[in-house]
Design a protein around this ligand. Sequence first.
Ligand SMILES: C[S@@+](CC[C@H](N)C(=O)[O-])C[C@H]1O[C@@H](n2cnc3c(N)ncnc32)[C@H](O)[C@@H]1O
Length: 318
Amino acid sequence: MSTDPAPNPHATADEVAAALHDRKLANVLYHDWEAGSYDEKWSISYDERCITYAADRFRFAAGEGGWPYEHALELGCGTGFFLLNLMQAGVAKRGSVTDLSPGMVQTALRNAEGLGLDVDGRVADAETIPYPDATFDLVVGHAVLHHIPDVELALREVLRVLKPGGRFVFAGEPTTVGDFYARRLGALTWKAATTITRLPVLADWRRPQEELDESSRAAALEAVVDIHTFDPAELEETARRAGAGDARVVTEEFTAAMLGWPVRTFEAAVPPGKLGMGWAMFAYRSWQRLSWLDQNVLSRVVPRGWFYNALVTGTRSR
Ligand SMILES: C[S@@+](CC[C@H](N)C(=O)[O-])C[C@H]1O[C@@H](n2cnc3c(N)ncnc32)[C@H](O)[C@@H]1O
């Protein structure tokens, strides 16, 4: 029987205040809070669009050798976006989802069950992974390393639970330069959207003040949960120091991130569901076109540290 703690999706003001000084507690409260609405907020789905997105990220970092991996672990699974879509793409047969937030593990397991995937899960801190040595053939994560206080310790844990020859792939990590422009573009978009929707004629597009206030409280926690940004060469070096063989960092999204961050911020600033699936597809197609430009043209001239997303992979040597 699971001994996982219960989710706490309605943190009190006192709990939030305490979490401002405790990064791990902040992660639990912030992500328990978000678990129920996370898929909608980030336009996450478990259909062709996100299956292709997840599989393409994996291929870009690590190629297709080794598919299907027998048993994969995900750290910081959130609602299961990365591993569940990778499993649907045929990257792994069986999965274990873990996250520091009980609410996220619960949602990921519910999503996996809905998709008929062979997945179990538990609450786990990436710095002390609660599985025996040499358990998994693959360890993955998406947008999680930047939340972990000691990234090298977590990577050492990853290598410990990997079988010899096993691989890890972490995608969706912000580079230092990318984070600089993405945050500024996001802040400008938020200001513009919440100001312009105060016009009476746009009342339908305005989110209720209490939701905007809640977003501001969430933003205070967000500033605490986002710990790192990465320089690609330093992240490669961290993976090597942790003991990874064949450690490699690749980056992607330059103009695509300059579109993506304002789009995602705009989606969060207007009432949920207002923009619909047509908008989601339009945003995704535009992002795809710019990604193509970034990958096929700009990557030849723009330094890798200027791209927004870093992906790191490596193996446990035999
Ligand atoms: C930005 S979310 C990403 C979720 C999901 N991977 C995705 O891409 O949609 C980061 C996740 O990492 C989790 N997390 C933060 N610190 C963690 C830690 N030390 N160990 C495990 N998970 C952690 C959070 O609770 C959260 O669910």
